[in-house]
Design a protein around this ligand. Sequence first.
Ligand SMILES: Nc1ncnc2c1ncn2[C@@H]1O[C@H](COP(=O)(O)OP(=O)(O)OP(=O)(O)O)[C@@H](O)[C@H]1O
Ligand SMILES: Nc1ncnc2c1ncn2[C@@H]1O[C@H](COP(=O)(O)OP(=O)(O)OP(=O)(O)O)[C@@H](O)[C@H]1O
Ligand SMILES: [Mg+2]
Ligand SMILES: [Mg+2]
Lengths: 257, 257
Amino acid sequence: QTKIIAVANQKGGVGKTTTVINLAANLATSEKRTLIVDLDPQCNASSGLGFEPTEEPTLLEVLLEESDDPTLLPFETIPGLEVITGSPDLVGAEKLLPEGKKDPLKAVDRMLNRLQSRVDPYDFIFLDCPPSLGMLTLNAFTAATDLMIPVQAEYFALEGLTSIMESLEVAQTRMNKGLNLYGILITMMDLRTNLSRQVESEIRKHYGKKVFKTTIPRNVRLSEAPSHALPVTLYDFWSNGAKAYMELTKEIMRNGS
Amino acid sequence: QTKIIAVANQKGGVGKTTTVINLAANLATSEKRTLIVDLDPQCNASSGLGFEPTEEPTLLEVLLEESDDPTLLPFETIPGLEVITGSPDLVGAEKLLPEGKKDPLKAVDRMLNRLQSRVDPYDFIFLDCPPSLGMLTLNAFTAATDLMIPVQAEYFALEGLTSIMESLEVAQTRMNKGLNLYGILITMMDLRTNLSRQVESEIRKHYGKKVFKTTIPRNVRLSEAPSHALPVTLYDFWSNGAKAYMELTKEIMRNGS
Ligand SMILES: Nc1ncnc2c1ncn2[C@@H]1O[C@H](COP(=O)(O)OP(=O)(O)OP(=O)(O)O)[C@@H](O)[C@H]1O
Ligand SMILES: Nc1ncnc2c1ncn2[C@@H]1O[C@H](COP(=O)(O)OP(=O)(O)OP(=O)(O)O)[C@@H](O)[C@H]1O
Ligand SMILES: [Mg+2]
Ligand SMILES: [Mg+2]
């Protein structure tokens, strides 16, 4: 059974893309067949692994099912990890998906079904979402089996948690009954500041078991790695950032993935 | 002549809201009559100054001109600084503004004109934008005299700079000929890391005089201040964050605002 994990939070810059790249890479090196789909017009998950945005067809054209054969075959990066790259024209999804003939919220779901009928099944599929609760994120909610919410250990990100949790409830009632909260991941923890500790304890108080035990520290290696088109374990294996995402991978595998 | 400054960047978490709050507060204490309009459904600029989102009418209802008197009178915070708070229903602007009878891109422009006909003129109006290039950001581009682009000193934010610069060019040709680039502001500089220095030199090499001389350092006081509903100069006047935004305010006043 493939786990399709939407990684979403409308608050910007909380570590969605960094989590997708590094978690997916670690699962691939643990012999799990893994796919990343870059649903963000910024295409950070694509460029962070060294890929250019898609052309001929672009990911948006595939989602709109405009080309004859609307299947994008993924690129392979490190063994076991494949990527369907994004495209800047995804900005147009908000307006164009609802103008199509089919259910606009199921475009990603339909694409994944077409793909899965042609390739070996994946163990994990990660959907990297843009920082909004628009059409692309709602598509991810509809296609996913699970939702993962990265949250920076900061005040504005803490405030934003209530609205993504409300959107999850709406998604579970209206779009996808089976959508499960995979977990809330606290990112960019800076143990030297009270703010990080206060925000972490606030989140754990409210959301308890829904929060991963592993937290990700602020670590410059995590922000350097994408400029070398590498996941952090291949860029600097001994860094705190690499260790934390390794811990998180173990926690996920222990939970029975 | 009122300066209407859109603060925008589709890359999330680069310091848009932090810049709007702190720059606007400094200009207000320098005897400039200043207004903040919170166009982000997350309402961070509103809550960062201690305000709840608008209700009866919400900012979206005002932009849709649904209520009898579609004018929101701003709240005053510190002397000289007023805020038109956002509302979570702004998420609906993407779909609802184009369904109205009037030009959907001029909704913010019309609102500001209605407001300015009823109150004393402002010296500065700041439009805080959500992390996307959707309907609300395009409205800000249309209503503004100037665009300010905060950029984190990080790889993904550097990559995103090209696409916001392209959007500026499109806006100048199609929506608002007079839209001027006020400047690119480098934020969250961490002088201890090579990454920050490399990104800064890259940005200055490409964009030269368009980049403010002042850079904003990473400083925890900036992320603590909003939880106390205060601009950083009132929260911790002697912090590096407060000093940097003070420097920026002086640079702006020196440039002849
Ligand atoms: N734990 C960390 N320590 C240090 N830097 C980090 C960490 N996680 C992410 N970063 C950096 O912070 C920035 C924001 O992270 P990222 O782009 O992954 O967030 P995002 O939520 O995907 O952003 P967006 O909302 O724009 O999609 C990036 O420059 C990234 O390299
Ligand atoms: N110079 C700085 N030093 C330390 N923290 C900062 C700095 N500037 C902003 N922050 C913090 O970083 C986070 C992101 O900043 P902010 O919310 O202002 O960015 P934004 O671009 O408005 O985000 P969004 O894209 O979600 O609207 C916030 O938690 C903020 O408090
Ligand atoms: Mg991202
Ligand atoms: Mg903001």
